[in-house]
Design a protein around this ligand. Structure first.
Ligand code: C2E
Ligand code: CA
Ligand code: CA
Ligand code: CA
Length: 280
C-alpha cells in the first residue's frame, strides 16, 4: 500500500508539472498568436426546430497554432482571460464577425443574427468594450440586431452590477443577449429576476441525456415553460439525435443547435448553407 501511495504521488506531481508547462507554453504562444492573428472563426447554425430555417449562428473561435495545430478554445480562452489578452482577442473576434454578418445579411439572409461569446472582463469599466461595440455597429450602419451576446452565469456572478448595467444599455440599441449554459451554474434564477435576457440556452448536458420520460427531459420541459413565461426564446444546445429534437419540439422549444443539424462550419461552408437556403 505504501509503494502504491508513493507512485500515485509521483504520477500526480508529474501530471501537475506537464499541466503547468502546457499552461506556460500556451501563455507564451498566445501573445504571439494575438499579434499574428493565428485565429479563425467557425459558425454553428442555430435552426428553427419546426421550420428548419437558419437565421442564427454562434461564432466560435479556433486557434491554428503553427506547430501544434488546432487548439480548442477550452484550452486557451480561460488563460487569455487570466493574462488580460481576452479584451484584445475579443476585439479581433468582434471585427471578424461583424464584417461577416454584414455581408451575409446583405447577400443572403437579411434577418441573420450571429452570437458572440463574451467574457467577464468585457463588462468592466461599466461595459466600456461592449458599449464601444454598439457604437461601432451604428457607425458602420450595421443593425445592432445582427449581433447577439452570449453570457454565462459564471460571468454574471463575477460582475453582476456592472454587467447588468452594460447589458441594459446595449439592449436599448437592439443587440440581443442570451444566457449561455443555463442550468450549470448556481443561482441561475436570481439572474433571471435581475436581468431581461432575450434568449436562454439550455446546456448540452441536459439535452444530451434526454429520452422519453426521464429526469433530463422533465428538467428541459420545466426550463422551457419557465423561459416562455418570462418571454425568453429558448435555444437547446448539443442536439445530436432526432429523438432529442422531437422531445424538445414537444416541450415547446423554438431553436436548436447541435451535430444533428451541423457542426461548427468554416465561413465558406456556412455561406454555402445560406446560399442553399435562399434557393429553397
Ligand atoms: P459554448 O459557448 O457552450 O459553445 C458550445 C460548444 O459545444 C462548442 O464547443 C461547440 O462546438 C460544441 N457543440 C455544439 N454542438 C454540439 C453537439 O451536438 N455535441 C457536442 N458534444 N458538442 C457540441 P467549442 O467550439 O469547442 O467551444 C467551447 C467553449 O469555448 C464554448 O462553449 C465557449 O465557452 C468557449 N468559446 C468558444 N469560442 C469562443 C469565443 O469566440 N469567445 C469566448 N469568450 N469563448 C469562446
Ligand atoms: Ca456559447
Ligand atoms: Ca453553451
Ligand atoms: Ca460551455
Amino acid at each position: 500500500a505504501k509503494s502504491r501511495g508513493r507512485n500515485s504521488i509521483h504520477y500526480f506531481t508529474e501530471n501537475m508539472s506537464t499541466d503547468f508547462l502546457k499552461r506556460m507554453e500556451i501563455m507564451r504562444d498566445l501573445r504571439i498568436a494575438v499579434e499574428q492573428k493565428q485565429f479563425y472563426m467557425v459558425y454553428q447554425p442555430i435552426v428553427n426546430l419546426t421550420t428548419s430555417r437558419i437565421t442564427k449562428a454562434e461564432a466560435l473561435i479556433r486557434w491554428q497554432h503553427p506547430q501544434k495545430g488546432l487548439i480548442s478554445p477550452l484550452e486557451f480562452i480561460q488563460i487569455a482571460e487570466e493574462i488580460g489578452l481576452i479584451v484584445e482577442l475579443s476585439e479581433w473576434i468582434f471585427n471578424e464577425v461583424t464584417q461577416q454578418v454584414d455581408i451575409w445579411r446583405k447577400q443572403y439572409c437579411p434577418d441573420l443574427t450571429i452570437s458572440i461569446n463574451t467574457s467577464p472582463v468585457q463588462y468592466k469599466n461599466n461595459g466600456a468594450q461592449i458599449n464601444a461595440w454598439a457604437d461601432s455597429l451604428i457607425l458602420r450602419d450595421i443593425p445592432c440586431e445582427a449581433i447577439s451576446l452570449e453570457i454565462t452565469e459564471h460571468l454574471l456572478m463575477e460582475n453582476q452590477l456592472e454587467a447588468v448595467e452594460a447589458l441594459d444599455k446595449v439592449r436599448l440599441h437592439g443587440m440581443s443577449v442570451a444566457i449561455d449554459d443555463f442550468g450549470t451554474g448556481y443561482s441561475s434564477f436570481a439572474y433571471l429576476k435581475d436581468f431581461d435576457f432575450d434568449y436562454l440556452k439550455i446546456d448540452q448536458r441536459f439535452v444530451q441525456n434526454m429520452s422519453a420520460d426521464n429526469k433530463d427531459t422533465a428538467l428541459c420541459e420545466a426550463i422551457i415553460a419557465m423561459a416562455t413565461k418570462l418571454k425568453m426564446s429558448v435555444i437547446a444546445e448539443g442536439i445530436e439525435t432526432e429523438q432529442q429534437k422531437q422531445l424538445l419540439i414537444q416541450a415547446g422549444c423554438t431553436f436548436g443547435q447541435g451535430y444533428l443539424f451541423a457542426k461548427p462550419l468554416s465561413a465558406a461552408n456556412f455561406e454555402a448553407l445560406l446560399i442553399e437556403q435562399t434557393r429553397n
